[in-house]
Design a protein around this ligand. Structure first.
Ligand SMILES: [Zn+2]
Length: 447
């Protein structure tokens, strides 16, 4: 017998809501993976309208404190969201889509001899004008007169601008492990209900009640876990953003353990049963960001080759906090640089017909800036400087394709060898980043 077999499970349609037995099909379709994490696939054949509505305000927003970082940096927005999430900070800075920091508009005013004096600042002139109009009208408690609007226009025209470097920002957030774990259990139960008609035999009322009504403690379900396979990240190798569920049916320990992954970044493990009897199997359900179609398969294992998944220990509140801190640091740090690099490359090479020296210079500057920032950020994160020589990096880039690329100036974008030559400097950059990561690890260890 083979070690395991792969099946494509059939999607089920329930006759009645699996939580309460209520009427189906529901009028309002339910997202399998929450739309605020870029889930798109919907069904009306699992849970009734009443149960669906009960989740929508609190449970469905439980992971916002985490997902907003990833979505901001990569400029992603959910189906129901009007815009990419912004990130507020403790200071004057607000982080806009694409990890772009911007100073919040602010103003000071004083009265002297019946005259109102104003100083104000904003990220750009149109924003300054809009802010002054709104703020002044608010402060005066009335609509502005025409000459006042004109004055503001003049003031803004003559305003001076400055560029300030930004080093670090203080972030604040709130998290709720109880709602997070409910949201995780709810998502996993929906995936199980979609493809496993027997799931309520193994999953007790306690689990259903916790998910649907919030009865019980999250500590009974959440744990830090690991598994011998890493199904989702193997399957979604080429998608940085995906939502997925892996359900491990483990007769040897009678457990059903499940792993929930949000945006390829946030991982929660929960235990759903201690009375499971049946074959060793893994149910996988996933959806790439805004994909709309669920990817699913069922792996059934032979007795002699069971998969393994273990509980390391129960989750504590501090684990959630650490998770959020790491996520914020990685997304706003290295991820944001990578996103910026990709945007920069797109800007340079999108629709280029003929290669010019300007293209090459811009390419060089973009790559150098990226490397420079990556070294700086990594040093900050590990709190230990990593030496960086811009000169060495420039030499490396020149030796790895940039010099050769100059021979293609004036040639069209499909000229033989041009794409290969163009991709070499970026390969060099990524090899430097890998080295940097290893160096950082070493320094952390020796600290
Ligand atoms: Zn219901």
């Amino acid at each position: 017998m083979k070690n395991f077999e792969v099946f494509t499970p059939v999607q089920l349609r329930w006759e009645a809501c699996f939580y309460c037995g209520g009427h189906l099909p529901a009028l309002k379709k339910e997202h399998i993976f929450n739309s605020s994490w870029t889930g798109k696939h919907k069904t009306g054949a699992l849970i009734c309208d009443e149960c669906n509505a009960a989740f929508s305000f609190s449970v469905d927003t439980a992971f916002k404190s985490y997902t907003k970082y990833h979505m901001n940096v990569w400029s992603l927005k959910g189906e129901r969201q009007k815009s990419v999430p912004t990130i507020e900070t403790e200071g004057e800075i607000i982080i806009k889509s694409g990890a772009q920091p911007e100073e919040k508009p602010s103003s000071f005013f004083s009265y002297e001899e019946g005259n109102l004096f104003y100083t104000a600042k904003a990220p750009n002139k149109p924003a300054l004008r809009q802010y002054l109009n709104e703020q002044l009208s608010k402060d005066l408690g009335r609509d502005l007169k025409e000459d006042e609007i004109k004055d503001i226009k003049n003031m803004v025209r003559n305003a001076s601008s400055e560029i300030k470097p930004l080093n670090s920002v203080q972030l604040y957030d709130s998290i709720d492990p109880f709602l997070e774990i409910r949201s995780t259990v709810h998502t996993i139960l929906k995936c199980m209900a979609l493809f496993d008609s027997d799931f309520t035999k193994h999953v007790s009322h306690k689990v259903l009640d916790f998910s649907r009504h919030g009865v019980g403690n999250w500590q009974e379900f959440a744990f830090l876990g690991n598994s011998s396979l890493d199904v989702a990240s193997t399957y979604f190798k080429h998608h940085p953003d995906y939502n997925a569920v892996e359900v491990y049916y483990l007769p040897s320990t009678k457990q059903i353990l499940a792993k929930h992954i949000i945006l390829g970044r946030i991982i929660r493990w929960v235990v759903l049963s201690n009375i499971y009897e049946g074959p060793h199997k893994i149910l996988f359900v996933g959806e790439p960001s805004l994909g709309g179609i669920l990817k699913k398969f069922l792996l059934i294992f032979s007795e002699t080759f069971p998969p393994s998944a273990q509980i390391e220990r129960g989750m504590k509140e501090v684990d959630f906090i650490e998770d959020l801190m790491t996520l914020a640091q990685i997304t706003l740090g290295p991820d944001a640089q990578l996103a910026r690099l990709f945007r920069g490359m797109e800007g340079i090479f999108n629709d280029f017909d003929v290669l010019t020296q300007e293209h090459i210079d811009e390419y060089k500057d973009t790559l150098l800036l990226f490397l420079n920032n990556m070294f700086r950020i990594t040093s900050l994160i590990i709190q230990c400087p990593i030496p960086y020589s811009e000169e060495d990096m420039l030499c490396g880039l020149m030796d790895n394709g940039l010099t050769e690329l100059e021979a293609y100036v004036g040639q069209i974008n499909i000229a033989e060898g041009i794409i290969d030559t163009m991709s070499r400097p970026i390969q060099y950059v990524f090899s430097q980043v890998v080295q940097l990561g290893e160096e950082a690890k070493l320094k952390e260890k020796n600290k």
